[in-house]
Design a protein around this ligand. Structure first.
Ligand SMILES: [Zn+2]
Length: 382
């Protein structure tokens, strides 16, 4: 008779099998690839089956495309063609797709689940390179909402910037791509200036990409460091405004003699179809508040954890414990493909312990969660 194993343990043999189910929900393995024979050999040794690779700055979007279109990534001919993948509907309805019976929606992907976006560390140089060398900055404010509000006259300048057009074309070319990595960071210092990355600049680029994800019906991967509270307050404000407007419309319909209803006015969904808080480092309290957003919007949020970023924090176990089992993801956030496999198993083991599940069961649940998060939208019938 075999000795009982601890809930989170698995034999080395079992672990080898687990890699087929692992999905690294956020990494950057395209970052340092030189596409030499040695680099392909490193990729060939990678056992983690699927990897969500986040293009985080304009200068490495090409690199990600090259990896995405390589034979190593595998065939993608079962994906919706760009012509059938239309932007999400805007006008009061979400672009959420119908629940699927396919428990492995990842089967339509190659190994790479791509994301394209601008990271908060990459926003300043990009915004400074506008059509006329524009530089758009909002005034600093202690009000958590104000930095997210872009003055109307600057919206057109932002919309005309080349990076935004390029990002749109990438989302149209790759219907399986999510928007990411985007985010907010009030801790990191720009080594070239020795100053914090400009927060108002981050917020306006973040909001523009958040809205782009809504427009195209894509999930987003969000980096959020020392900014979970303002992000939550801003999202809550958007959700409340949206719900209030919907209610007013209903009331106008009920009272046809009242002020003229503006039924044709677009009403934009306030939150992308799915939102990943990657390597979540905010408080447990904010996490719970996000999950409780009214109107079911909290159900769109997933929380991802990594051995590289989260392992040292004493709060990590409490954060994992506070997330419902079906909203958890794991990731590595690494650039070196050789660092992926052992970091994936480390964080999977820790999560299994926290959730008191056998490791293989935890990994299968995480795969289901990943399949749901990265699900490619069904083409909308005409
Ligand atoms: Zn990252």
């Amino acid at each position: 008779m075999e000795p009982p194993s601890s809930p989170a343990s698995a034999s080395p043999c079992d672990e080898a099998g687990l890699y087929q189910h692992l999905v690294d929900a956020h990494c950057h393995i395209h970052e340092d690839l030189d596409f030499s024979p040695a680099c392909w050999a490193t990729l060939d040794r990678l056992q983690t089956r699927h990897l969500a690779v986040m293009g985080w700055r304009e200068s490495n979007w090409d690199h990600l495309e090259r990896l995405l279109e390589s034979p190593w990534n595998g065939r993608q001919d079962t994906l919706a063609s760009p012509s059938t993948a239309r932007p999400g509907h805007i006008g009061g309805q979400t672009a959420l797709t119908a629940p699927t019976n396919d428990t492995d929606a990842l089967a339509v992907h190659g190994r790479i689940l791509p994301g394209f976006g601008l990271h908060p560390w990459a926003t300043e140089p990009t915004v400074a390179q506008g059509p006329q060398g524009d530089r758009i900055l909002c005034p600093p404010s202690s009000d958590p909402i104000t930095p997210f509000v872009l003055p109307v006259e600057l919206q057109a300048v932002l919309d005309a910037m080349p990076w935004l057009g390029r990002l749109r074309r990438l989302l149209e070319r790759y219907p399986q791509a999510i928007v990411g990595e985007i985010g907010l960071d009030r801790l990191a210092v720009d080594l070239s200036t020795q100053k914090l990355y400009d927060y108002p600049c981050q917020t306006l680029v973040f909001v523009r990409q958040w809205d782009l994800a809504i427009e195209y019906g894509r999930p987003v991967s969000v980096h959020c460091v020392k900014a979970a509270d303002p992000l939550y307050k801003w999202v809550r404000e958007r959700v409340q405004t949206y719900r209030r407007t919907l209610k007013q419309r209903k009331q106008r319909r009920a009272h046809p003699d009242g002020p003229a209803a503006r039924e044709n006015e677009d009403l934009t969904d306030p939150v992308p179809v799915r939102v990943m808080m990657h390597s979540y480092s905010g408080s447990v309290d904010i996490l719970r508040q996000i999950l409780k957003l009214p109107g079911g919007y909290g159900r769109r949020f997933y929380f991802s954890f990594s051995a590289t970023i989260n392992a040292r924090s004493p709060q990590t176990n409490a954060r994992m414990a506070a997330v419902p089992l079906d909203r958890l993801l794991i990731e590595t956030d690494v650039c070196d493909p050789a660092e992926v496999d052992h970091n994936m198993l480390t964080i999977a083991r820790r999560m299994a312990q926290v959730k008191e599940l056998p490791l293989d069961q935890m990994v299968k649940q995480l795969r289901l969660n990943s399949a749901e998060f990265f699900r490619v939208a069904d083409p909308t019938p005409t």
